[in-house]
Write a protein of this length. Structure first.
Length: 513
């Protein structure tokens, strides 16, 4: 069955037969009449009715209802006019002939109509079978296709074979944006207006374009390619008539099969990219961790040697200065390695928070002692309430948090300015605020401060931009939060909030026991 005949939309399919069917029907009735003319002068005119009835039945097997209706009517009139006495008149003398004439017309018409319907049902069954086979063939070919390009080639070939229309696929780029220069067939181009229609169809998942009420001025009809998890793109078709009825159902099923195959390949590509990124990230972390560990040993050796030189009984001025520079550089390199290792621990999920009760004064004093050299040019103001309760934290992690924040402040604050560290306990939260009088952060950079490897443009300080990212990770490991904002008169303010209930003395005694 030619699919071009199937896609034609007919409002009255039974009466829209081709004109040559009517001419042929008329001719056959005429020839039959001539053949039966010798019987017109006999009493065997009833035989003629059976011959004409046979002709009607034969014609009904390959003609539509319109020609069959005409043949039935014409045969009855011919039989009456030429064969039923009196001849050459439509008048019938005998009552039985009148009844016979009426029965002939009814039988001829019913027989023709029923035969036509049977033929039509057979035709529909054949069409359904062909469409089922077409869908089976499409599904089989699409399942064999490997990659989006092969799916597209199969889809274009099958659409052209079964629908005889010009098709064009416009797919997305993986970010829900149509990519007009990617897998678009190079020999076919879309106008700017058609681009806009394709975008509209992709976003709204509705058919638009030629032969529709939406953007009918363009040349193509655009169909969305529906998917369960994503929409692969849009299918553009150049056709003279819009699909309708059973053909539209066939078309929708056809497009759905193609869309499912494209979605499958899209998801496969995304999964492959994800695996590639995961493998790359795993390799990066392994190298990152290995290099960081390998650097610790030589750095520790340099620090030990420079410390020995600094503490020797009678070092010369040049020797002392060089030893001091070596020691300072090794400290800086050691901090960098510690940050690399901490970041590696955060990304691998190997941070183990060991909570215990501590006096916050011990933590702050320890950090202040470690940073005494860095804080010499500044005024470090520490404010801790006298009634500050014990807090349950991981001492080592929080030490690194405060160290990084205060060290960061010392890198940006102007000399002789104050750096403030305020600690409080409110609403079952440990609240720590660190403020400085540095330049602060550009407004657009505030949202990126805690991102890995982030550095403010034009920054004169060294480092990789890991310190604040590590701070955020360690604070969140305590189920807390950290925020940053700029101060009105210059500088930045970091605020840490960590859940911390007031300690129960009885529970502390039990833990100590």
């Amino acid at each position: 069955m030619d699919q071009k005949e199937i896609i034609k939309h007919r409002r009255f399919p039974g009466f829209n037969s081709r004109i040559n069917h009517y001419v042929l029907s008329f001719a056959i009735v005429g020839v039959t009449t001539l053949i039966c003319t010798p019987l017109s002068n006999t009493e065997s005119y009833h035989v003629v009715s059976f011959i004409l009835l046979f002709v009607v039945s034969i014609l009904a097997t390959f003609m539509g209802i319109g020609p069959v209706f005409m043949v039935s009517t014409l045969s009855a009139l011919v039989w009456n006019f030429f064969f039923i006495p009196p001849h050459y008149t439509f008048h019938i003398d005998k009552a039985e002939d009148i009844l016979m004439f009426g029965m002939f017309f009814i039988v001829a018409l019913v027989n023709g109509v029923l035969t036509t319907k049977v033929r039509k049902q057979e035709k529909l069954a054949r069409e359904r079978e062909e469409r089922t086979n077409a869908l089976f063939q499409l599904t089989r070919d699409l399942s064999k296709a490997s990659g989006i390009d092969e799916v597209l080639a199969t889809a274009i070939r099958e659409i052209d074979h079964h629908f005889s229309v010009s098709s064009l696929f416009i797919l997305q780029d993986g970010n829900n944006i149509l990519h007009f220069s990617g897998r678009l067939q190079k020999e076919k181009k879309l106008t700017p207006e058609e681009h806009e229609v394709a975008e509209w169809v992709f976003k709204n998942s509705r058919t638009a374009g030629s032969l529709t009420d939406t953007f009918p001025s363009v040349e193509y009809t655009f169909y969305p390619l529906p998917g369960n998890r994503l929409t692969p793109g849009v299918l553009a078709v150049k056709s003279e008539k819009l699909f309708s009825g059973s053909q539209k159902t066939f078309w929708d099923t056809f497009v759905a099969q193609i869309s499912n195959a494209l979605e499958r390949e899209f998801l496969g590509e995304l999964a492959q990219k994800a695996r590639f990124l995961d493998e790359s990230d795993r390799l990066y972390k392994t190298l990152f961790n290995s290099i960081s560990h390998e650097l610790r040993i030589p750095v520790a050796t340099i620090m030990g040697a420079s410390d020995t030189l600094l503490n020797s009984p009678h070092p010369g001025n040049i020797q002392f200065a060089l030893s001091n520079e070596i020691f300072t550089a090794s400290l800086r390199l050691n901090r960098l390695i510690e940050n690399l290792l901490n970041m590696s621990r955060l990304e691998s999920g190997h941070i183990s928070v060991r909570l215990d009760w501590y006096d916050i004064n011990d933590l702050v004093n320890k950090v202040a002692e470690d940073l005494k050299d860095e804080m010499k040019p500044y005024s470090l103001e520490i404010n801790i309430p006298e009634n500050m309760p014990l807090v349950k934290i991981d001492f080592g992690l929080m030490e690194q948090v405060l160290y990084n924040l205060l060290f960061n402040a010392s890198q940006y604050a102007p000399a002789a300015s104050s750096i403030k560290l305020n600690v409080g306990h409110k609403n079952r939260e440990l609240v720590i605020r660190i403020t400085d009088r540095g330049p602060g952060f550009p407004g657009e950079a505030l949202k990126d401060v805690f991102k890995k490897f982030f550095r403010v443009d034009g920054s004169k300080t060294g480092g990789l931009g890991l310190g604040l990212s590590i701070v955020k990770g360690f604070v969140e490991a305590h189920k807390g939060s950290i925020t940053v904002c700029n101060r009105k008169n210059g500088g930045a303010k970091f605020t840490i909030r960590i859940p911390s209930e007031n300690p129960d003395i009885r529970n502390l005694q039990l833990e100590n026991e």
